[in-house]
Design a protein around this ligand. Structure first.
Ligand code: NDP
Length: 288
């Protein structure tokens, strides 16, 4: 039976580290780090994520405001707002909660961001730095996965890491982080056009599933002793739950955990790491 990689506990440890670092920083006479969160429209999921981020920031002594705008705001007005935040020396990190309304081109708004304040690592310059290995902000979910591996004592050097999923927010940046010197994995990235997928996943020492399909990775797709990181968050109907559904990952946890050496649960694995990395990045933005 696999050892569970406890994202909640690891995230709590990181938050405590950030809290202590912020406290030392403020005790040395600096102002508290400040994060500006830009929220457009009334997407309930976005509003809930933003509340979670603001609460987590407050708990570690990072100040933040959520700047909310009507869904009808123009692309130009939003660009101007981001630019004002860029110019404001009191703002260390800027987070633009995605998705933005359809009439706004996300790339044009993110493109205005000062990369030095881009704590989500979405600006093309931040992504370029990630690819060529310049130290900067690491994107939340992939950096959270590296933290999970490192803090669980999992060896990555020379290991074959197979990532299923090539999105810009998970698969591609994670491939770059896994390739970095110091992490030193050998990386294969798979996607919906990959042929003989299970032949490849069976070769993985570390398998990362970032697909968005419930229980997609089955026992016959992995080898004994694999380390499994399940990024997926999927709703499946469950009439025994009051809300009528439960969350599951992309991996058939019950069966795969019998073969794996380590595995992340869903929920409680990768999910809690995202906010922890955001807090790390905001502190870094304030102190750089
Ligand atoms: P995307 O939909 O952007 O990407 C999914 C990827 O999976 C694509 O590259 C797609 O291939 C690939 N894929 C789809 N079907 C198959 C298949 N049958 N075989 C092989 N590959 C396939 O998703 P995200 O990367 O944004 O998210 C992935 C999952 O992770 C979702 O469940 C999401 O909710 C979750 N997530 C969780 C986070 C967390 O904090 N825990 C953070 C971010 C995401 P192709 O490119 O060819 O279409």
């Amino acid at each position: 039976m696999a050892q569970i990689i406890d994202g909640k506990a690891i995230s709590a440890a990181i938050r405590l580290e950030v809290k202590e670092a912020v406290s030392d920083w403020v005790a040395a006479g600096h102002r508290a780090p400040y994060l500006a969160v830009v929220l457009v429209g009334e997407n309930p999921a976005s509003a809930s994520y933003v509340r979670g981020k603001a609460k987590a920031a407050a708990e570690v002594g990072i100040e933040s405001d959520t700047l909310t705008y009507d869904a009808s705001i123009s692309e130009k007005d939003l660009q101007e707002i981001v630019d004002r935040l860029n110019q404001d020396d009191g703002v260390d990190g800027i987070l633009i909660q995605l998705p933005l309304p359809d009439h706004i081109d996300e790339r044009k708004v993110i493109g205005v961001l000062n990369p030095a304040k881009d704590v989500d690592c979405f600006h093309p310059e931040s992504v370029g730095n990630l690819v060529i290995g310049i130290d900067g902000f690491a994107p939340a979910t992939p950096a959270g996965i590296i933290e999970l591996l490192v803090r669980s004592g999992i060896e990555t050097t020379g290991k074959h890491c197979v990532i299923v999923g090539r999105s810009n927010i998970v698969g591609k940046p994670l491939a770059n982080l896994m390739l970095r010197k110091g992490v030193d994995a050998t990386v294969t990235v798979c996607h919906s056009r990959t042929q003989n997928l299970s032949e490849i996943t069976k070769q993985a020492d570390i398998l990362v599933a970032a697909i968005g399909r419930a229980n997609f990775v089955t026992e016959d797709m992995v080898k004994d002793g694999v380390v499994v990181i399940d990024v997926g968050i999927n709703r499946v109907d469950d009439s025994t739950r009051e809300r009528g559904y439960r969350l599951v990952g992309d991996v058939d946890f019950d069966a795969v955990s019998k073969k794996a050496s380590h595995i992340t649960p869903v929920p409680g694995g990768v999910g809690p790491m995202t906010i922890a990395v955001l807090l790390q990045n905001t502190f870094k933005a304030a102190t750089n």
